[in-house]
Write a protein that binds this ligand. Structure first.
Ligand code: ATP
Ligand code: NAG
Ligand code: NAG
Length: 312
């Protein structure tokens, strides 16, 4: 039988966000009443995969959820978004990843994340998904699963000449240098770049310096996102990075903007492999800028039909 080929493969996390809005954050031992509760689909891996799918490429997610209510709901969410679930595993050994989030009226939050089943994705599952990884155009990883699993997935992609995008989020200090060596595009935000390099990155100048440092560690290119300022792009063999500005918009909710950007970047790498990285970054800025103009994470990610035709 002919194996199905996917353009974008994401190896990463699924999280259920349980969000309570309250007048203030509770103290230890205290019970307070909130005024709103909602459940949202999140996890950086799933977010990025769903954004790529909404732009119109064939995607599959390689991940693990619990054999529980939230795991079942997450699988349905992938189906609703045209993401293949061939490599979504369910385990009875841990619960689906969850983030309990309390947000007060001042916008401050207190968050408990239990990665759960995400941490049980390992080499066995990657081996089972190898036929899909081999045929992919682009493989994307982050750090919300076991870092060794991410590194192994990136290495498998590299061995099969599949383009790799690595988003070192959430950042860990002393990141293994092998992550840089297996990344065609290393894409992070300001705080992650600061943690990884020790440089302060609060303007375009700082981003130039940090991207040079990250590139020197062995990746093919660096993209450092800068919120309303867009991003800087630095490719191997280049001395200075290029600032690719975004048209700043009034942000309603920036949650997931970075994931929208990376999902869009994976889309362009898969569909327009010969386009310059600066052009892809400029278009990804435009996709992500739409995502900040409505609330929610995946709920704010645009579909192809919501975007100008010139982006495709
Ligand atoms: N106010 C804004 N106006 C226009 N574009 C924006 C704005 N905020 C974010 N973006 C777009 O989103 C991209 C990613 O934003 P940012 O650098 O804040 O990522 P992040 O910090 O990972 O996001 P998150 O809020 O999800 O943690 C930017 O490169 C830019 O393209
Ligand atoms: C999923 O794909 C089908 C067939 O290609 C299409 O009709 C549908 O609009 C897509 N749905 C989403 C949510 O993208
Ligand atoms: C960068 O992304 C992390 C999530 O990985 C987030 O916690 C942090 O606030 C972001 N930093 C900026 C400057 O947006």
């Amino acid at each position: 039988m002919m194996e199905e080929a996917f353009d974008v493969v994401v190896v990463g996390s699924c999280m259920t966000d349980l969000v309570s809005q309250t007048p203030r954050l509770p103290k230890a031992g205290e019970t307070i009443h909130g005024h709103k509760f909602f459940i949202g689909f999140g996890g950086k891996g799933a977010n990025q995969c769903i954004q790529a799918a909404r732009l119109g490429v064939k995607t599959t997610m390689i991940c693990k959820v619990g054999k529980d209510f939230f795991g079942d709901a997450y699988i349905q969410n992938f189906k609703d978004n045209n993401v293949s679930t061939d490599f979504v595993w369910q385990t009875s050994d841990a619960a689906t990843g969850a983030a309990s989030i309390t947000v007060n009226d001042a916008g401050e939050n207190a968050i408990v994340i239990v990665a759960g089943a995400n941490m049980l994705l390992g080499g066995d599952e990657l081996q089972k998904a190898l036929p899909a990884i081999r045929k992919a155009k682009v493989l994307v990883c982050q750090l919300e699963i076991n870092p060794q699993t991410s590194l192994q997935a990136l290495q498998m992609a590299r061995d099969n000449k599949v383009k790799t995008v690595f988003n070192p989020a959430p950042a860990i200090p002393d990141l293994d240098y092998n992550f840089y060596k297996v990344s065609d595009v290393f894409c992070c935000n300001e705080s992650e770049a600061e943690l990884l390099t020790g440089f302060s990155v609060n303007n375009v100048e700082g981003a130039h310096r940090a991207s040079q440092e990250l590139l020197s560690r062995g990746c093919g290119a660096v993209i450092l996102t800068l919120g309303p300022q867009g991003c800087v792009v630095l490719k191997a063999q280049e001395k200075t990075s290029t600032h690719v500005p975004s048209t700043a918009v009034a942000a309603v909710d920036t949650t997931g903007a970075g994931d929208s950007f990376i999902g869009a970047l994976a889309f362009y790498l898969a569909v327009h492999p010969t386009m310059t990285l600066e052009e892809m970054a400029g278009r990804a800025n435009q996709v992500a800028s739409v995502s900040v103009q409505t609330s929610g994470t995946q709920t704010s990610f645009p579909f192809r039909q919501d975007l100008p035709a010139k982006l495709f």
